[in-house]
Design a protein around this ligand. Structure first.
Ligand SMILES: NC(=O)c1ccc[n+]([C@@H]2O[C@H](COP(=O)([O-])OP(=O)(O)OC[C@H]3O[C@@H](n4cnc5c(N)ncnc54)[C@H](OP(=O)(O)O)[C@@H]3O)[C@@H](O)[C@H]2O)c1
Length: 281
């Protein structure tokens, strides 16, 4: 299949790499050009504009930081909507608000949302979970491609629900990272050292399995980065805003948002969510 991938961050590069490995023809585009030389060396063609990347392809995928980026790339001058015909399905894999996904589904007949649960390495290795919902014209096109991406797909009737599902899952993960940071802060305040904290907590049912690849990062405050504190704060904010649309307060997630935002302000650019523990040092 002819596929365009828009956005060459951690996730976009993993997605494009997996599609190339599966034998698809892949065009890539990134706002800042030249971010993915390895993919170009592996056979991807880098397009200078969104329009040139998506014109004539069967499927255009985007993986962008947040709502404003997706709106700009999808709906702006020279964006996806202006460039594609009904022959191209457009699927956004970014973590965005249900409001943005709903709007795109309403104005692009071939749009679906397909946020991804799992890290870039999970995308590359085919173990991530894909949350798919949107217009049937888009979901029909992506089904055969999904078989190359993963064995785990959750399907929703609307794009907004797919985005809501992603935020639901991320609340558990992000709140857990902050809870583990706070538990270690409490232990240290009581005089426990890192070896004692490790012996008490690591690999036990007290720490959710989803934190298995971040236990050390939280404990030491150092972690190879693949999910930034800034994007984690954005996801927690979107979850708080979604709950508010139904009149619900989610104060623990609001605290998670604030701690991740503080970590993003105080830490190095792009630092991983595990380093939120440094806020407590
Ligand atoms: N990393 C993870 O573990 C993970 C897991 C699941 C879901 N996600 C979600 O997947 C999406 C991508 O995440 P990521 O980790 O790949 O992010 P990332 O590495 O920070 O990359 C962000 C991408 O968005 C682009 N971008 C930002 N603002 C833009 C704008 N106004 N116009 C055009 N492009 C813009 C960046 O382009 P430049 O290079 O020009 O800055 C870059 O390509 C996010 O929605 C994130 O929440 C991430």
């Amino acid at each position: 299949m002819d596929i365009a991938v828009l956005g060459m961050g951690h996730m976009g590069q993993a997605l494009a790499g997996r599609l190339l490995d599966a034998g698809h023809t892949v065009a890539i585009w990134n706002r800042t050009p030249g971010r993915a030389p390895d993919l170009v060396a592996a056979g991807a063609s880098e397009a200078p504009t969104v329009g040139e990347a998506v014109t004539g392809v069967d499927l255009a995928l985007s993986s962008l930081s947040a709502d404003d980026a997706v709106r700009e790339v999808a709906l702006g001058d020279g964006g996806v909507r202006a460039a594609i015909t009904d022959g191209t399905a457009y699927i956004d894999t970014s973590t965005v608000s249900p409001t943005t996904s709903r709007e795109l589904e309403a104005v692009i007949a071939t749009f679906a949302a397909m946020p991804i649960l799992g890290p870039p390495a999970g995308v590359g290795g085919g173990t991530a979970t894909y949350l798919l919902g949107g217009n049937e014209a888009a979901t029909r096109v992506v089904e055969p491609v999904l078989a190359d991406l993963t064995e785990t797909v959750r399907r929703y009737p609307t794009a907004a629900q797919a985005s809501a599902a992603k935020l639901t899952a991320n609340v558990l993960l992000l709140d857990a990272v902050v809870a583990l940071s706070e538990a270690t802060a409490v232990g240290r305040a009581g005089g426990l050292d890192d070896d004692q904290l490790r012996e008490l907590l690591e690999g036990t049912p007290l720490v959710p399995g989803v934190l298995g690849n971040r236990f050390d990062g939280v404990l030491t405050g150092e972690q190879e980065a693949w999910w930034s504190t800034a994007l984690g704060a954005k996801d927690a904010r979107l979850a708080v805003e979604l709950a508010a649309t139904a009149g619900r307060d989610v104060p623990a997630t609001a605290a998670t948002r604030d701690q991740l935002a503080r970590a993003a302000d105080e830490g190095p650019d792009g630092a991983d969510i595990a380093t939120v523990s440094n806020v407590y040092r």
